[in-house]
Design a protein around this ligand. Structure first.
Ligand code: XMP
Length: 318
């Protein structure tokens, strides 16, 4: 019978056996899968697991610092690498969504490869691949591993991709990953986090990306997500976030006419992201959130709520 405890026991034993005294590098994303994979490996091989958590500058507000802190508290051997400037630099002037994904994917590979080179004699690359990623080999989702796939053929493999691959979660599903995580003592808050795309806020800022726009969207997103948690709506939503539109609209403030940005709030219910319905959030909540955003985030004077389901409207706007 499958139980989280027995899965942990067998997997840790197998990992010890397979890896022995060798070193493993793993990219943490802040998501459930990579975290659970890391904790399993940590249990098996301890300090021979080298985790790398990259700040691509497109994470949620305070996310890099707070998640890095959490990882350290969990006792993981983790290095935080703030590469925000590099990513922003590579994204400069790019408006096309697929080109943004490429630029972000390539920057990630460069940063990760540089970091992996700093670990002497590393021979393994660990990934948080879960069973659905394995069967759905060509997938738009799935974080770092999916990103890597689409860049396979850009002039030779980066060195870290020549490492032996270990994927401790490749036989189990998301709900099982959460149960394993819980039995490993990982915080419920971390295990219950909404999915977040690898390219992050980069595909929620329509049009070109600047540091100023990232900052603005981080504030909007933070107000929305904080509100969902406070209103106890967060756990009933599959994924939520905000988009910054490349349009301005007219507003009034006192006697002044303003001409500022419009943002979109989106919250969906789903089981796997393939289809999704917009969530009927309480009007009072939307009202409060809209007021907080318009009063609190400079440069935004209009908030709209996305009432489109998937298909045809994808969860992300890009
Ligand atoms: P869409 O927008 O296609 O999104 O309805 C479905 C799910 O996939 C996530 N998503 C991505 N995840 N890299 C990722 O790691 C990407 O490029 C990407 N694009 C979309 C999206 O957040 C949702 O959970």
């Amino acid at each position: 019978d499958w139980t989280p405890t027995s899965f942990v026991e067998t997997t840790v034993a197998e990992l010890k056996d397979k890896i022995g005294d060798e070193k493993v590098v793993l990219g943490l994303s802040g998501g459930v899968d990579s975290t659970v994979a890391a904790v399993l490996l940590d249990k098996a091989i301890g300090k021979n697991l080298y985790c790398i958590f990259v700040n691509n500058g497109l994470l949620r507000k305070n996310e890099f610092e707070s998640v890095l802190d959490q990882y350290k508290h969990m006792g993981l051997n983790v290095k935080g690498v703030d590469a925000s400037e590099k990513f922003l630099d590579k994204l400069k002037g790019i408006e096309d969504p697929e080109l943004k994904r490429k630029a972000i994917g390539n920057a990630f590979i460069e940063v990760f490869d540089d970091e992996a080179h700093l670990i002497e004699d590393v021979t393994w690359l660990a990934q948080g691949t879960i069973y659905p990623d394995v069967i759905e080999s060509v997938s738009a989702t799935g974080g770092p591993s999916a990103t890597i796939k689409s860049h396979h053929n850009v002039g030779g493999l980066p060195d870290f991709m020549k490492l032996k691959v270990v994927e401790p979660l490749r036989t189990i599903f998301k709900d099982e990953v959460r149960r394993v995580g819980r039995s490993l003592g990982i915080d419920d808050e971390l295990l219950g986090r909404h999915p977040f795309p690898g390219p992050g806020l980069g595909i929620r800022i329509l049009g070109d990306i600047t540091a100023e726009k990232v900052k603005m969207l981080q504030e909007v997103d933070h107000i929305f997500l904080e509100g969902l948690k406070r209103w106890k709506l967060y756990d009933s939503v599959w994924q939520a976030g905000a988009m910054l539109l490349p349009v301005q609209s007219v507003g009034v403030m006192g006697d002044e006419r303003t001409y500022e940005k419009a943002v979109v709030l989106r919250a969906v219910s789903s089981t796997d992201g393939m289809t999704a319905d917009w969530v009927d959030l309480p009007y009072k909540f939307l009202q409060e959130t809209s007021n907080k955003i318009i009063n609190g985030v400079k440069g935004v004077n209009r908030v709209v709520y996305d009432i489109s389901s998937k298909p045809p409207a994808t969860i992300e706007w890009e």
